[in-house]
Write a protein that binds this ligand. Structure first.
Ligand code: FMN
Length: 220
């Protein structure tokens, strides 16, 4: 790695400044609700794009892959997280072969990391329809290019496909691409990490046990 770049990277502070304190004794017994508290804090304090998260999946051979997605809904009581994508994409193929997946968020302004892992299910077609039709036109046009994750010959091929999709959406504004899918990850475990500038990080881990949650601290 370029020495100058390395020096600049290493001198960039992390978990610095005045971070909130987290008293795990006052955490919500339900991690979905604890997530909602922290998301509310992030929105209140202007954490950039707190609803962007990393989804990690693995294919049928266990090979992992990760990408960022938008969080499109939360069921705090059920501790479930909703996102949308194309079933024909790499993640779509991974999830149909192996429903186990993980989500993670990092909110630098608060030094907070949240992790969730569980099983992903596909929601019904009406939910997918409502999700898709609630989007702006550019997003709907992009949805109709319908080849997410496949090799693209060049920018020209995408322009051409966009033109075709724009015509399609204009002709039938209520159309929904067959692959548009809304997924729901129901967490089996969650972790809330509160970073500290002096490395007194706090990690609170929840594991689903029957209808309830067991929680405990983890070594940082
Ligand atoms: C900020 C941001 C938000 C994104 N949101 C989504 C999303 O909600 N759904 C989606 O399918 N892709 C979204 N993407 C694109 C994905 O990161 C990824 O490129 C795409 O889904 C293909 O991933 P895959 O090949 O692993 O299936 C987003 C990308 C960025 C940078």
């Amino acid at each position: 790695m370029d020495e100058q770049l390395l020096a600049r990277m290493r001198s960039t502070p992390v978990l610095a400044g005045s971070l909130p304190r987290f008293d795990p004794g006052h955490a919500d017994p339900a991690p979905g609700r604890q997530f909602a508290h922290w998301l509310g804090d992030a929105l209140d304090d202007g954490v950039p794009e707190p609803h962007v998260m990393t989804l990690s999946t693995a294919d049928r051979d266990g090979r992992p892959s990760a990408r960022v997605l938008m969080l499109r809904g939360i069921d705090s009581d059920a501790c479930a997280f909703v996102f949308a994508s194309d079933a024909g994409s790499r993640k779509g193929h991974d999830l149909s072969a192996n429903p186990h997946a993980a989500l993670s968020w990092y909110w630098p302004l608060h030094g907070r990391q949240i992790r969730a892992a569980g099983s992903v299910e596909v929601l019904d077609a009406e939910t997918a329809r409502r999700d898709f039709l609630g989007r702006g036109e550019p997003s709907r046009v992009a949805g109709f290019t319908g080849r997410m994750s496949a090799p693209l010959a060049g920018p020209g091929a995408y322009d051409e496909e966009r033109r075709r999709a724009t015509g399609l959406v204009a002709a039938d504004p209520g159309a929904v691409p067959a692959g548009h899918t809304v997924y729901r990850l129901r967490a089996e475990e969650m972790e809330f990490f509160q970073g500290d500038p002096d490395s007194f990080h706090v990690r609170l881990h929840y594991v689903r046990q029957g209808g309830d949650w067991r929680r405990g601290l983890l070594w940082p």
